[in-house]
Structures are given as C-alpha cells and as structure tokens.
Design a binder for this molecule. Sequence first.
Ligand code: CMC
Length: 436
Amino acid sequence: MTDVAAKPTDSLTVRDNRTGQEYDIAITDNTIAAKDLGQIRVGEDDPGLATYDPGFVNTASCRSAVTFIDGDKGILEYRGYPIEQLAEKSTFLEVAYLLIHGELPTKEQYENWVHEITYHTFVHENVKEFVQGFRYDAHPMGMLMASVGALSTFYPEAVNIADADNRHMQMVRMIAKMPTLGAWSFRHAQGKPFVYPDNDLSYTENFLSMLFKMSESKYVADPRIAKALDVLLILHADHEQNCSTNAVRSVGSSQVDPYSAVAAGVGALFGPLHGGANEAVLRMLKRIGSKENIPAFIEGVKNGDERLMGFGHRVYKNYDPRAKLIKKACDDVFEVTGVNPLLEIAQELEKIALEDEYFVKRRLYPNVDFYSGLIYEALQFPPEMFTVLFAIGRTPGWLAQWNELITDKEQKIARPKQIYTGDRELTFVPAEERWA
Ligand code: CMC
C-alpha cells in the first residue's frame, strides 16, 4: 500500500498494473516530464513507457516567456501585454521589438530598431533575378518560402547561431526583408516591375508602396489603410506553439541558420488548416455566393462534407480575441474602400453557426482568419497573397521563439518517438528472383 501522506504533494503516483510496481513522478508547472515515464518498464529489454500524442494535443515542447494564451477565456498576451492594448496603441515594429527583446523599447532603443529595420529592407540584386525565374503563375507563398530560405546563401555567417550579435543581425534582416520578398512575389505574379524599398516611409507604408506603386514618383498610402494593415500584422505577430512556430523550432533545433528555420515556418503556414485558412475562407464565401445558400452549406459541414473555414481553433474554445479586433479593422478599411459584399454572407454565416448546436457543442467560434480575408480583398490583394501577409506578420514571433530556443539550455534536437507498426525481420529476395 502506498503511504499517501509520505508522498511529496507535487507528484503523481502511478501504479503499473502489469507489474504491480508504483512510481512517484514529479509534477512541475502542471506537467510531468515525459522522460520520467521511461523508468516504468516490465523488464530489462523494455525501453520504458512513452506517451503517444499525435498533433501534440497535450504535450508541452518548451518553456516559453513570449506569448500567453488562455483559450477558454479568449486571452492573448505578448510578453504579458494584452493584444487589445497593443493593437490599439502600439506599432508593428514596436511589437516586434517587444517579442524579440522581451520588453518595451526606450525611445532611443526604438529609434535604433526602426532605423536598423528600415536600412535592411533592400535585398541583393540576385534575389530579383531568381524571383523572376519563377513561373508566371507561381503561388506567392511558394516564392516566399524559397526566397527566404535562399537568403541563407547570401548571409553564410548566419550559421553562427551561438553569437548573440550575429543572431540579432539576421533577425533584423529577416523582419526588414520579408515585405520586400512578399511584395516582389506579388509583383511577379502580376507581371509588374519590382518596386524598390522607399526608406522614407514607415514599415507598412513602404510595404504598400512596393506592392502597389506604378508610375507615380512617390506612393502615398491612405493612413487609415496603413494603420489597419499595421494592426493586422500586430494581431498575427505571435501565437505561441502553433504549427508553423513548432516547425521553426523543430528545424531550428538542428542548429541550422534562421533563414532555413523560418522557411520551414513559411511552409507550415501555407497549409489550409493553418495560415492558408484565410484564403480558403474567401473561396468558401465566394462559393456560397448568397445568404440563401447558407443553410444548405451548413448542413454539408455538419454532415462532414467539408469544414467551415475560419472557424474552430486548437486552443481557443471561445471567441478568438484577434477575430474581434479584425472585425473592428474591417470597419476602418471599408470606410475607405467601400463594404466588401461578402461581409454580409460572413456575418450571416457567423450568426447561424454560433446558434447551431453542432458548433456550440464543439465550441467552434470564428478565428483570426474568418474576417481577415475580407479586409485583404478590399485592399486589392488576390487570395494567394493573404497567407503572405500572415507570414510577414508572424516573422517576429518565429524569430523571438527561435531566439528563445537557441538560448534555452533545456532544448535538444527535436526527435519524437514512434510506435512502429510495420513488419520485422523479413528476408529480402532480389528483384530478379521475385520477378522470375
Ligand atoms: N468546421 C466544422 N467542424 C469543425 C471545424 C470546422 N471549422 N473545426 C473543428 N470541427 C469539428 C471536427 O470535425 C471535430 O468534430 P468531431 O468531434 O465530431 O469529430 C471537432 O470539431 C474537433 O475538431 P478537431 O479537428 O479535432 O480540432 P483540432 O483542434 O485538431 O483542429 C483546427 C483545429 C483549426 C485545425 C480546426 O478547427 C479546423 O480545421 N478549422 C478550419 C480551418 C481554420 O480555420 N484554420 C485556421 C486556424 S486559426 C489561424 C491559424 O492557426 O493559422
């Protein structure tokens, strides 16, 4: 019998019914260390008990001080600051500084940071040549993924990841150059000439200039549009251990350079269950076409024919706080561009879904991608560009998490276990005998 009173309170007592043996496993920060289960074994040859967790639904892969989420309450904080306050009162570059450095900048630190980012927006001329080498109809996310990865060949010193100054330089470069790469992917797909960065402009104004400038000598963005885009970038800047951040950390754990690690993040973000959802939402709304078709569409979703894109989240089981803020940004943008006619369908879809038992029971609410596509479309972005905007916004988050990983003594190369289900010890018969 276990003497419960003698056990440390922050521990778990596990009884292995195969052997009758009991083990005390420490609980720290409401988790147990998976490696502690390794001592639970039935014999000498047994490698020990492991956990099985496809999709990491209940496994912490790191300690992190970057972003806090309470999915039940719909809370999101970057370095402790609520997203609502940052979206209203900060700027994307200040948020980027906060995420990477862990605290808000002084005036001098902020000015230096903005100066550094602004003066690294240009890319090597060779980048222009290889972006031009993509097919005319190449997806801009494919181009972005390839070109951010290719930056590692321009900055071979980026492999010196143990050097803090060197890491800083690459992080600055990446935040600075992502809009240039994203804008050039867009211009290439449109068959338009590339626009060089304009260092007199703010981060978001310069991005808009590289996207939309034609023959005018200076592109002047509507300040309401520039502000709305800046807010959208802030809302996307980090989201703790999501699929793409996990990809960045996983690839970064091999100690590769950060450009290669971020290229992996861009790849993960491209998928329709992650950043690609905003593109999928817009296509879905266009397919639904009018409010009358919504009930039939919802029935199809409930029958499992497809998913209601832009709804549901692994972590939020409440309204995604970013979706609320995006709805507000929608109003600001539509004031300039006129209302996107798909908004009516989206709002009706949301209303019906939020009252339907299927969605209520599964706690499915609109996520960040539900309304963002409507804004992007109003800003004249084709759907293929939506995830590129997400990637530019997420870059400081990926880098903050990568930097944290590199300086975390507890981290190791990511290498999960498997449960092997295949054959064993077969005898190989050469092809000429098998086919005889
Ligand atoms: N439409 C219909 N049913 C859904 C949806 C949806 N959008 N999302 C989840 N469900 C159902 C799912 O079928 C399952 O039902 P059941 O229990 O009967 O099998 C239940 O809800 C739980 O779903 P899950 O797939 O186990 O949940 P998950 O945590 O693995 O997936 C998700 C999360 C975001 C991938 C999923 O909700 C989804 O596919 N949503 C649509 C895509 C989307 O909007 N993605 C953007 C996510 S937010 C931004 C980002 O991270 O990039």
